[in-house]
Write a protein that binds this ligand. Structure first.
Ligand code: AMP
Length: 114
């Protein structure tokens, strides 16, 4: 069965998609933690950061160049932003389809709250 984010990539579930190409899809987080909160996901399923293989290096790099471009597009590049990938239980991962959070638009405070 397709993952939640695979369904968004395939446009079988609604989402506010801000960018899509043949490798990645970016859409606004449904519960934004900041004025700008976008998720950038590989179109193919990679469940966690642990599941990245050597052949994915270019794809993972592409997630970051798309994040850079979206930060500029959203007007948050100069003031700054945070890029986050959560992995497994201790990382607080909720959706098991690798995704890069692009979060910004306001001061974000300390990196970790425990
Ligand atoms: P993580 O904890 O890193 O796995 O983050 C999962 C993120 O996916 C959370 O920030 C959720 O708010 C977000 N999310 C869950 N379902 C959806 C959805 N249908 N559309 C957009 N974002 C979602």
């Amino acid at each position: 069965m397709a993952s939640l984010f695979e369904k968004i990539v395939a446009r079988e579930l609604p989402a506010d998609i801000v960018f899509q190409d043949d490798r990645v899809t970016a859409f606004r987080d449904i519960h934004p933690r900041a004025p700008v909160h976008i998720l950038i996901v590989p179109n193919k399923l990679i469940e966690t950061a642990n599941d990245i293989v050597d052949e994915d290096e270019s794809l993972i790099g592409h997630l970051f160049t798309v994040a850079r471009d979206l930060a500029r597009q959203e007007g948050i590049a100069a003031n700054g932003y945070r890029l986050i990938i959560n992995c497994n239980e201790h990382g607080g991962q909720e959706v098991y389809h690798l995704h890069l959070h692009l979060v910004g638009g306001a001061p974000l405070g300390p990196m970790l709250c425990r």
